[in-house]
Design a protein around this ligand. Sequence first.
Ligand code: FNR
Length: 182
Amino acid sequence: MAHQVAILVGSLRKASFNRKTAHALIDLAPPSLQPQILEIGDLPLYNEDIDGDEPPAPWVTFREKLHAAEAVLFITPEYNRSVPGVLKNAIDVGSRPYGKSGFSGKPGGVISVSPGAIGGFGANHHLRQSLVFLDVLVLQQPEAYLGGAGQMFDENDQPTERTEQFLRKYVEAFEGWVKRFK
Ligand code: FNR
């Protein structure tokens, strides 16, 4: 059985470079992985007051899907040298209720994508700080700070050869990483 991988994309933008990266990676994934984007755009902002017996339906669905995944892969832009609020909100929702986090002990990965030169390095490492606390076991190598996102895809939104080469290398390393825990 292929390992289910939940991909959390940190951008809601239709033409998002991060979403294109997620799709390219899904296309390149080996048969032993089953990566799927787990949508985060409809999650109400986390509020402990409403996290009782009947939490909002989108939280419930999201948590169920997150729990079902064996690994988590974050593909995110950098906003103000950190992760976009929409992604942090999804992480907060997925980490609760207390003691029932959907992240604990799972293998994970972080890819940051930016049109800028430093490839979202700040977001990538800010995110890793939360993942330490959440006990997500993050792949260390290859690191994935993808800069110059404007040149990563062709006019049909397909990855260029260079992009494909890197993503193939990354997803193969990620496959090896996930298998170490199974
Ligand atoms: C940005 N952007 C940005 N880029 C970067 O490299 N470092 C940064 O700190 C920021 N900060 C930032 C804040 C806000 C509020 C926005 C809207 C944008 C630019 C960002 O990388 C660019 O919009 C990307 O295209 C966003 O990723 P998607 O939507 O293409 O996946």
